[in-house]
Design a protein around this ligand. Structure first.
Ligand code: COA
Ligand code: AMP
Length: 638
């Protein structure tokens, strides 16, 4: 079908409020909103003010009331624990009500924060929904983060309760959550009253007297209790999701109920073409925004079936794992990160494992989380014989800024581009002075305010930081901190970040946070962490360490200690495995570390000697050090 995108985007442009009002008709409201958009509320205005609703009611109850009770809501497939389970909407409702009852019994009320630290298991979805049901604000922390990161989030969100599992299961390794949880609770200033812990057979949790509640026992005892959905304002907070900023302090992105529901209900159909009853599989993690939006919320809002997959693209057991899941559950649309495809391609370059499975139900694959390199996209299209669509978004926006909207009729693909701006997003590319650049020229990518429904409304406890990070630099615009360009057909191209954030295997990480941790090493005088190119993960961090004078311990020992520090403080997900001691860091005369020059040298890219450099000889030293250690592509470029 010819794409309706152009007409729909211009309908939105002509009358944004009418557009979102129409989209909001697919959401159930206990009380209609007074205004679609109120420019006088919030930092840049608020959507659906005065409306009352409940996210859990929209995701579960109304489907049961409308006769979908026996339809599968969640398929759980866990190759790492050898389990498979299907949960219907009616069963999900019963489980959510029971957990909500336990939470209420322990004093959790509307507005309280609840931190969720769980792997990819259905109980993570149940916990999120139980919070939404009673108006509590959840904050899910990714399982690959360690105690220090967890403690930072506990102190910022000040949760009344934590819901956790006893462990996560990574291939070949059980991740003991208790160690992290206990350490984090001990480290944090804020004291959590209760933890509900799901015991998993792979690792027992030893309950802390007076603090811990056994998930299964408590939920089983509460089964059958009815907990009504608490009406909340459309503008009340649904969740806080922490994401990397440029410092060690993560940013708590706050999302509200009303706008979130409207945006996700609209986008799951328009972007992904998902209809009620479809099987939608998003192979990400509940700890990331992709997991929040499209593993949990959007498929349930629309009455579809979602797959919760606790496994990897490779090694669980092989590079055919994704194709097995698609065929076993008749997945219609799948979504993953380019890095997962690169991992599969490395092990099965010819795509031979695809042939073992019936993928006839698969219609399209979506990619996001990092730039999708054209080679990987073409490789996937070739072996799968379906369109592979790159789309671009951020934790902050919660849904696609630019996409090829399958549900509106696919537009022609331009490899390397996540296609065009979605309704709600007026994308501009400007130079550092805020002037729009010519088509094809690289610049800062901005979104004209107001942001559409579903985007962040503020940062938790940090409205000033919200303004400073995103709104102050270019007045009237939201700064994405991505650099890119737009072509004559309005296709956008997102090339890199403009800040110190790097993207490692689709995970967003702060080099600043790693630098803070390494600087805490007693022998390190100063350091710089840069993201260098990696064929599998896109980028990996590499630390350059300058030691204090008179340190006489072996450099290799200090390097290993720094690697261990980052792993134990941020977590294994940082993939911090490269550290090298150098004599000095290259700086400008004003003292700014020349990180991007180091990165270009490491990647073997052409670079120019910065005019302001303090001491040019340092760059040769770095090139030699990288070459000697065979790090990055510095040797190829030489
Ligand atoms: N809990 C605990 N540890 C975790 C974890 C979790 N949820 N997720 C990852 N880790 C650990 C891994 O076990 C690994 O530990 P190790 O250093 O002991 O080996 C480390 O963190 C790095 O993980 P990762 O970067 O994922 O690398 P990997 O080599 O284990 O796997 C891929 C590589 C490509 C298979 C994997 O990164 C992947 O599937 N990526 C897809 C990413 C994605 O879905 N992103 C979401 C955005 S859409
Ligand atoms: P996160 O908040 O973890 O989703 O990371 C968001 C960042 O990932 C964006 O600001 C981009 O830098 C990058 N990103 C996500 N999707 C894409 C994409 N399709 N193309 C290019 N970069 C992307």
């Amino acid at each position: 079908m010819a794409s309706q995108y152009g007409d729909i985007y211009s309908n939105w442009q002509k009358n944004p409020e009418e557009f979102w009002h129409e989209a909001a008709q697919n959401v159930h409201w206990f009380k209609p909103y007074d205004k679609v958009f109120d420019a006088d509320q919030g930092v840049y205005g608020r959507w659906f003010t005065g409306g009352e609703t409940n996210t859990c009611y929209n995701a579960i109850d109304r489907h049961v009331e409308q006769g979908r009770g026996n339809q599968t809501a969640i398929i759980y497939d866990s190759p790492v624990t050898n389990q498979k389970r299907k949960i219907t909407y009616a069963q999900l409702l019963e489980e959510v009500e029971a957990l909500a009852a336990v939470m209420q019994d322990h004093g959790v009320v509307k507005g309280d924060r609840v931190l969720i630290y769980m792997p990819m298991i259905p109980e993570a979805a149940v916990s999120m929904m139980a919070c939404a049901r009673i108006g509590a604000i959840h904050s899910v922390v990714f399982g690959g983060f360690a105690a220090h990161e967890l403690a930072t989030r506990i102190d910022d969100a000040a949760p009344k309760m934590i819901i956790a599992a006893s462990c996560g299961v990574e291939p070949g390794r059980v991740v003991a959550y208790q160690d992290m949880l206990d350490k984090a609770i001990e480290m944090s200033r804020h004291k959590v009253q209760h933890c509900i812990v799901l015991q998993r057979p792979e690792k027992a949790h030893i309950p802390v007297e007076g603090r811990d509640i056994d998930y299964k026992q408590a939920v089983d005892a509460a089964r059958g209790r009815h907990v009504p959905c608490v009406p909340v304002l459309a503008t009340d907070g649904l969740y806080i999701l922490y994401t990397s900023g440029t410092t060690g302090e993560p940013k708590g992105v706050v999302r509200d109920h009303g706008g979130h529901m409207v945006a996700l209900t609209w986008s799951v159909g328009a972007v992904y073409s998902i209809k009620p009853g479809d099987v939608f599989w998003v192979a990400s993690d509940v700890g990331w925004v992709v997991g929040h939006s499209y593993i949990i919320y959007a498929p349930l809002f629309i009455g579809a079936t979602t797959v919760i997959y606790e496994g990897k693209p490779v090694g669980t057991p092989d590079a055919g794992a994704f194709w097995r899941v698609i065929s076993e559950y008749n997945v219609r649309i799948m979504f993953t990160a380019p890095t997962a495809l690169r991992a599969i391609k490395k092990e099965d370059p010819e795509g031979l494992l695809v042939k073992k499975y019936d993928l006839s139900k698969l219609e399209c694959m979506f990619l996001a989380g990092e730039r999708a390199d054209p080679d990987t996209v073409k490789w996937a299209e070739n072996i799968l014989n379906v369109p592979v669509i790159d789309h671009w978004w951020q934790t902050e926006t919660g849904w696609a800024i630019a996409a090829n909207p399958l549900g509106l009729g696919k537009m022609p693909t331009k490899y390397g581009s996540p296609t065009v701006g979605m309704p709600g997003y007026d994308i501009r590319v400007v130079d550092d002075g805020g002037h729009e650049v010519k088509r094809g020229e690289l610049g800062n990518v901005l979104i004209k305010l107001p942001l559409p429904p579903g985007c962040l409304v503020t940062l938790w406890n940090a409205e000033e930081r919200f303004r400073k990070s995103y709104l102050d630099e270019f007045e009237g615009y939201y700064k994405t901190s991505d650099a890119g360009y737009m072509d004559e057909d309005n296709y956008v191209y997102i090339m890199s970040r403009t800040d110190d954030i790097i993207n490692v295997a689709g995970h967003r990480l702060s080099t600043g946070a790693m630098e803070e941790i390494i600087s805490g090493h007693p022998d390190v005088a100063e350091c710089a962490v840069v993201g260098i190119a990696d064929t599998l993960k896109g980028q990996v961090p590499c630390g350059f360490l300058v030691l204090k004078a008179n340190v006489d311990r072996p450099e290799s020992v200090i390097e290993a200690e720094c690697i261990e520090r980052v792993r134990s403080e941020i977590g294994p997900v940082a993939s911090f495995r490269l550290a090298l001691v150098i004599k000095r860091l290259p700086k400008t005369r004003s003292g700014k570390i020349l990180r991007s020059t180091i990165q270009k040298i490491a990647d073997g890219e052409p670079w120019r000697m910065p005019g302001t450099i303090d001491d040019p000889a340092i760059l040769d030293e770095i090139t030699d050090a990288l070459r000697d250690r065979k790090i990055g592509n510095a040797c190829q470029a030489a």
